[in-house]
Design a protein around this ligand. Structure first.
Ligand SMILES: [Zn+2]
Length: 464
């Protein structure tokens, strides 16, 4: 599983890549990493291991020797308890699972295989899309509301915010520090300068009628100092004048697929057939980014799209026809494509399905993401019934006004964020644009805390 994010020349642990320690891991590197004791073998298929306040989906490794002191405890569904331990004599950490595998199983959404009852089957989805255009929109909304009432919001990933990857990353850093015998280590900060978090605004334009509304939305954003991206579809005619105007004003154009249905991911043959057309649409629009229609996705295939970055994977979204989530508040790589997961409830979810009349939930979520030093990624639509309605747009404005006053949040275009994530990934310790942060063991609670780079607070727009 871990192989999918690695290149042959440069095999890299995906979790190590996310953490980005600056000083090299000591010569005994294989041993200095949290060592999973594989004596006796690992179970064949992954399962849930529940720790205190979080859980991972991974294959179980049973410890052959049970020396050292316990650092964490995990419970299996059958009630069996597994220990994570640290042996200070040998400077070895024993874990009942591989942290890299647990990370990959979060971000690839491999955990969904643990719950096949969730969502609709592939055949049901195909049938649904054949008849969907015949169902009035109001009836579709009623249907979605009923489905949510019937199924409820699942326990995992937590909604609206899931901190699984954040917890795993800090646990992993804790194990690394123990194994190295250090109380702290420097790592590449997640964002440029001393920004605490980042925010990007992306929009999918659903109809030709949404295009002039996109320009109105751009006016609103520009007045508050924001730029955003508009993902356009191949199923309506686009006035090139609108693209010129938006890009001329510093906005970005992305791609929302050839047709608004599930066809791209319905089969491998369909995917291969659409790819050349997607490449020419991307060239026509000047698009570097992509969002799949209705966020349908097959993880590995997203990495084969003719794009630089994708924004189709939710951090946690039980409301989409393909529910799920990568549980990550940071970007990650799918092959050479940078994934920018969306991390706020969509406008449709907030205003239409949940009937909210204020941006309170968005603002609260943004605060919690800043606390985790993550990415705030808002996905919305300029069309009628979305932000095209005055009431919804007023809520969106209120949300932007609050964010515009937060100078500790970086506000790049999505494509700039993707470029940054590549740069950070490749950066050496002496790279001046990458700031140094500290991961430090908090002795009192046996956990690691991340300390952002010191230094003067950057002003918005300083970076890039
Ligand atoms: Zn759409």
């Amino acid at each position: 599983m871990t192989g999918r994010q690695q290149t042959p020349e440069e095999p890299r642990d995906p979790l190590e890549r996310l953490l980005g320690l600056l000083d090299s891991i000591p010569e005994v590197s294989a041993q200095a990493r949290p060592n999973v004791q594989v004596e006796g073998g690992r179970d064949d298929s992954p399962t849930w291991l529940t720790g205190r306040g979080w859980r991972v989906f991974a294959r179980v490794a049973r410890e052959a020797t049970s020396g050292g002191r316990e650092i964490a405890e995990f419970e299996l569904r059958n009630g069996e308890t597994l220990r994570a331990s640290f042996d200070p004599e040998r400077k070895l950490v024993f874990l009942p699972f591989s942290p890299a595998e647990a990370y990959v199983n979060y971000v690839t959404e491999a955990w969904t295989s643990s719950d096949p009852s969730r969502g609709l089957s592939s055949r049901q989805l195909n049938a649904f899309y054949r008849v969907k255009r015949l169902i009035p929109r109001a009836a579709q909304i009623r249907g979605r509301r009923m489905l949510i009432r019937r199924q409820g919001i699942p326990d995992f990933p937590s909604w609206p915010l899931d901190t699984s990857v954040s917890q795993l990353l800090r646990f992993y850093a804790y194990c690394l520090l123990l194994a190295r015998g250090d109380a702290e280590a420097e790592f590449r900060w997640f964002w440029p300068d001393s920004y605490r978090a980042a925010v990007i605004l992306t929009h999918d334009v659903e109809t030709a009628e949404g295009l002039p509304l996109a320009v109105e939305l751009a006016d609103l954003e520009q007045a508050l100092g924001f730029r955003s991206s508009f993902n356009l579809g191949g199923w309506y005619k686009v006035d090139p004048g609108i693209i010129r105007e938006l890009t001329g004003r510093g906005f970005e154009i992305g791609m929302h697929g050839l047709r608004h249905d599930r066809s791209l991911f319905s089969s491998r043959a369909a995917f291969d057939a659409q790819r050349p057309e997607l490449a020419s649409l991307a060239a026509r629009l000047g698009a570097e980014g992509f969002r799949s229609p209705s966020t349908y996705r097959v993880f590995d295939w997203l990495g084969e799209l003719p794009i630089s970055y994708d924004g189709s994977i939710p951090h946690s979204d039980p409301f989409e026809p393909q529910p799920g989530g990568c549980c990550s508040l940071w970007p990650f790589f799918i092959g050479n494509v940078v994934e920018l997961p969306y991390t706020l409830p969509q406008d449709y979810t907030l205003f239409t399905l949940l009937g909210q009349r204020s941006p309170a939930l968005w603002l609260e979520q943004a605060d919690r993401i800043v606390d985790e030093y993550g990415l705030i990624h808002a996905l919305s639509h300029p069309d009628r019934g979305y932000l095209g309605s005055t009431r919804n747009r007023d809520c969106y404005r209120e949300f932007l006004v609050a964010l515009s006053e937060r100078s500790e949040i970086w506000k790049p275009l999505p494509r700039e964020l993707a470029t940054w994530w590549r740069r950070r990934d490749k950066a050496h310790a002496d790279e001046p644009q990458v700031s140094r942060a500290t991961a430090r063991i908090n002795d009192g609670v046996g956990e690691v805390e991340f300390r952002p780079p010191a230094g003067a607070q950057s002003l918005p727009g300083d970076a890039q």
